[in-house]
Design a protein around this ligand. Structure first.
Ligand code: ASP
Ligand code: MG
Length: 599
């Protein structure tokens, strides 16, 4: 029979009745012959209440005392849950993070798990007991016994880490929603429950999925091949399976701080096509990529940087053998795309053959801002110029000149201590996933544009280096295609998005860079809409359909950024929800039944 780790979230254990209902489910699972480890959160809104209590005493509590305080929430639940199990005649024992040997970094309030000593748990399991473990907490080392917490929502991470170290057959995350939905049901009531999703897709949908499942839990599941399922505590419905690839064997030591990057990927024979000075109004991207899709040409990366005056530049890459076809479409459409009917200035098409895409891939890049900066730095040291940048949760890609490929591979493999990995065949991926699995809306981001950055190797490295030093996570980095010569020096704009709360810190960090660019412009009124699906690889027309859905609603696209399995558009904030609805509908993601969402 199976060894199962079950995790119950705050709402699922929010009252005595609910704890009893959960105990019944656990008991049922053991009676079917399974061995069960249970991980629980604090009851209901306990953690929030504790945070508020602290705030009443001080606006600036020490992180150590916060950990001391917040870790008590889970301790209440483990004791009550164990009593409820014992009351049903199920032998059980409650254990804290320290007692099960969850050793973490000494970072209060955001510790990552280093190792777990499962011996004690195993001893109890062998005696036929259910082990009820406090989620969200650990200890910093065996000597100091400092209590640490893993960050809000961290019980998911405790559960998956325990499943990995116990080599459990499954890890089940029980929550108050039926599983992972195609989008946020509070904004789009037609959201549909997904039967399954890959870990990479889940990570790319971070802003959608994070409320249901802590991204660090997904990283661990992916790295150690844990079978994960998210399901409702109120029903027997199967929920959503979160699928991980068969992992490379990894040590359980340094569990959450193992290599962030697990491989370098290289795509040769690409061409870059740029359209400069296309009008900044709704419908332009839809028109261009609609034509390209019509010709059955598959585009890889698409980038539209911030507008300049009333025009935009759009660049994309295709594989070389279709580049003539893509160029012909771009050339044919350029004269139609005038900024203004009276304006004689036409969009200009630039084609560069013989470029290549080099990427670093891995699940541990989220929340580790230094990774992209390290890649840019490594390329800069090798004197390789970066022509296009695309960043996402699981991949950072740079377009470079093809002849620099070998040097780039060597430098990056060395810097990240990994190998070049062969690309999976497109067919394998497409078979497993639909082109669009889900749609996310992110309203809590701000766009930062740095104007006139000197176009020389090392600039991206120093910009993202200072941000990384201050632990600021950057998303969706875009470098403009248009080159402007200022006092004899070519310059380009670099734009990116950060969490709204980090805007000031980001600007301060950038201001420490004395030279290299002209000004920093912040736009907080943005929304980011993203579509994610592993099946979009090698499928023409997905981007076009996305842009068309926005065009039909007359929504102007401020920025476009793509990765292999994700396309994001930055739009005006007030259009965000409308955009989300339109896109969700365009990809026919609506379900037949509406999903009940608890309030
Ligand atoms: N109780 C903690 C929180 O609310 C951890 C968790 O529930 O996952 O953040
Ligand atoms: Mg949670």
């Amino acid at each position: 029979m199976a060894l199962i780790v079950q995790k119950y979230g705050g709402t699922s254990v929010g009252s005595v009745e609910r704890i009893q209902t959960v105990a019944q489910r656990i008991h049922h699972t053991t009676q079917e012959g399974n061995t069960v480890v249970v991980v629980v959160s604090a009851m209901g809104k306990t953690t929030d209440t504790l945070v508020n209590l602290a705030q009443e005493i001080t606006t600036n509590p020490s992180r150590r005392e916060m950990d001391m305080l917040l870790s008590t929430g889970e301790q209440v639940t483990i004791a009550l849950m164990t009593m409820a199990l014992q009351e049903r005649g199920q032998p059980a024992i409650s254990l804290t993070g320290a007692q099960v040997g969850i050793v973490t970094e000494a970072e209060h309030s955001r510790a990552r798990i280093l190792s777990i000593k499962p011996d004690r748990i195993k001893r109890h399991l062998d005696k036929g007991q259910v082990v009820v473990v406090a989620g969200f907490q650990g200890i910093s080392s065996q000597e100091e016994l400092e209590i640490t917490t893993l960050g809000r929502g961290g019980s998911d991470t405790s559960a998956v880490a325990l499943a990995a170290s116990l080599k459990a057959n499954f890890c089940e995350i029980y929550t108050d929603v039926p599983g992972i939905l195609t989008t946020d049901p509070r904004l789009v009531p037609e959201a549909r429950l997904m039967e399954e999703i890959t870990c990479d897709e889940m990570l790319e949908l971070a802003s959608l999925g994070a409320k249901v499942l802590h991204p660090r839990a997904v990283e661990i599941a992916r790295n150690y091949g844990v079978s994960l399922v998210v399901r409702s505590s109120w029903s027997d419905a199967p929920g959503t399976r979160v699928i991980s690839p068969i992992p490379k064997p990894r040590s359980l030591e340094g569990l959450e701080i193992t290599k962030a990057v697990d491989g370098v990927e290289f795509d040769v024979d690409q061409s870059k096509i740029a359209l400069l000075r296309v009008p900044d109004r709704p419908g332009i991207a839809a028109r261009l990529f609609g034509e390209i899709a019509h010709q059955k040409v598959d585009v890889d990366l698409i980038i539209q940087s911030i507008h300049e005056g009333n025009s935009n530049d759009i660049a994309f890459t295709v594989i070389k053998n279709v580049s003539r076809k893509a160029e012909a479409v771009a050339q044919a459409i350029a004269p139609v795309l005038r900024s203004h009917p009276s304006q004689s200035e036409e969009a200009e098409v630039l084609v560069e053959m013989g470029v290549a895409k080099i990427s670093i891939a891995g699940a541990g890049m989220i929340g580790r801002p230094g990774i992209a900066a390290k890649m840019f730095q490594t390329l800069a040291e090798a004197k390789i110029n970066i022509e296009m940048i695309s960043t996402s949760e699981v991949k950072v890609s740079c377009v470079i000149a093809q002849e620099e490929g070998d040097r780039a591979i060597e430098a990056l493999c060395k810097a990240f201590d990994v190998d070049l990995v062969p690309k999976p065949l497109v067919a394998e991926v497409v078979e497993a996933s639909p082109p669009v699995r889900g749609v996310a809306l992110d309203l809590k981001q701000a766009q930062i544009a740095i104007r006139h950055v000197k176009d020389k190797p090392g600039m991206a490295a120093s910009i993202f280096g200072v941000l990384a030093q201050r632990n600021i996570s950057v998303d969706t980095i875009i470098q403009s295609q248009r080159c402007r010569i200022l006092s004899g020096m070519p310059t380009r704009d670099i734009a990116f998005t950060v969490g709204e709360g980090e805007t000031d810190a980001a600007c301060q960090a950038l201001n420490t860079l004395a030279e290299g660019f002209d000004e920093v412009i912040v736009d907080k009124d943005i929304a980011k809409v993203s579509i994610v699906g592993a099946g979009m690889v090698g499928q023409p027309g997905i981007a076009a359909k996305f842009f068309e859905a926005l065009a039909k609603e007359n929504i102007n696209i401020k920025m476009i950024a793509t990765s292999e399995i994700k396309i994001s558009c930055v739009v005006p904030q007030e259009e965000g929800v409308k955009a989300l609805k339109a896109v969700h509908q365009a990809f026919e993601l609506a379900g037949i039944e509406t999903v009940e969402v608890p309030v």
